[in-house]
Design a protein around this ligand. Structure first.
Ligand code: PEP
Ligand code: MN
Length: 338
């Protein structure tokens, strides 16, 4: 429920209403705007009726939030949210490119790749230390050692890092090293993990599950916000369809759909979205054209030798070409790139 107060309502009046909402067992929200103070109440809306807010002389209107994802919805929060990832704003004027290898493999691999993506204009470094692999025999990541390597590369380049966390037990460890947690497609509906990240104090890049609807993604984000963390970045990374020409079908419809429904920033991963490096540049351009706030791109110093996702990884030269070719698309979308 959204409660819009009249301009003459005082702070004391707002606080009194919030206390009454809390006393009913609902979660009160205070959302002061430039012109009006807006209050929110989360929980069973029938309970709220007992307050008779419609009859309050200082209440201008009372509206139900129709979307099932309340905190994530634009109804509740009309303005775009900007998320700070280690000093880099995601959702603002600059399109943020997050780049790096699929997996952290060695200090040299990470250092070289990090330098290359930094030089080409990436704003955030990526790399997985805990890898969710389809096969149990595939490279599973270096774990803690990988996080240390990632931190060294981050210090050397000054780029903040995003890295995946796969389970609740690892949240504290990953949080020591990461500027933002990545929740992978396979974990999008790990609800206990999402709740734990609500209390983890760092932003979350939440990837869409490969069989998840946009609504499922928004409800997954709601878990994180409802648990106390407003800093969620949504990521479209392709879904499974009947099409087999590409690894996944990058659903760019999702970008304007999410923008319509939610205030959270949205980025696009054209690497997993296509599975082939030749398709990364065209789909990255398309992502900017339809309103993405950023990109997540896999780059490896030597893709042929990569321990995971080499087929979809750009080499440093190709990544530099991506950044050059993206510049006019960013400008056409009214954004900056570096
Ligand atoms: C990744 O980013 O390397 C990854 C595993 O992505 P996804 O969860 O989208 O498959
Ligand atoms: Mn990958």
């Amino acid at each position: 429920m959204i409660i819009v107060l009249k301009p003459e309502a005082t702070r004391q009046h707002a606080e009194e209403l919030l206390a009454r909402i809390a006393a009913l067992g609902l979660t009160p929200l205070h959302m002061p705007g430039t012109e009006r103070v807006v209050l929110g109440a989360l929980g069973d809306e029938r309970v709220l009726e007992s307050l008779h807010l419609d009859a309050d002389p200082l209440v201008e209107s009372v509206q139900r939030v129709l979307a099932p994802y309340k905190l994530v919805s634009r109804e509740m929060h009309p303005h775009d949210t900007v998320v700070d990832v280690g000093g880099v704003s995601v959702g603002g004027a600059r399109v943020v490119v997050m780049a790096g290898p699929c997996a952290v493999e060695s200090p040299e691999q990470m250092r070289e790749t990090a330098r290359a993506v930094k030089d080409a204009g990436a704003a955030v470094l990526r790399g997985g230390a805990f890898k969710p692999r389809t096969s149990p025999y595939a490279f599973q990541g270096l774990g803690r050692r990988g996080l240390e390597i990632l931190r060294d590369a981050s210090r050397e380049t000054g780029l903040p890092v995003v890295t995946e966390v796969m389970e609740v037990a690892d949240v504290a460890l990953v949080g020591e090293f990461a500027d933002a947690f990545q929740v992978g497609a396979r974990s999008m509906q790990n609800f206990r993990l999402l709740q734990a990240l609500g209390a983890a104090g760092k932003p979350v890049v939440l990837k869409r599950g490969m069989a998840a609807k946009v609504e499922d993604l928004l409800l997954a984000a709601e878990y994180v916000l409802a648990a106390g963390n407003p800093d969620v970045i949504l990521c479209e990374r392709g879904i499974q369809t009947f099409e087999t020409a590409t690894r996944n079908t990058l659903d760019l419809n999702a970008i304007p759909v999410i923008k319509e429904r939610s205030h959270l920033p949205v980025i696009v991963d054209p690497s997993h979205g296509t599975g082939r490096r030749e398709l990364v540049i065209p789909m990255a351009k398309a992502a900017l054209a339809c309103g993405a706030d950023g990109l997540l791109v896999e780059v490896h110093r030597d893709p042929a030798a990569a321990l995971s996702d080499g087929r979809q990884s750009l080499d440093p030269r190709q990544f530099a070409a991506l950044m050059r070719e993206l510049a006019p698309f960013a400008a056409a979308a009214g954004r900056t790139l570096t």
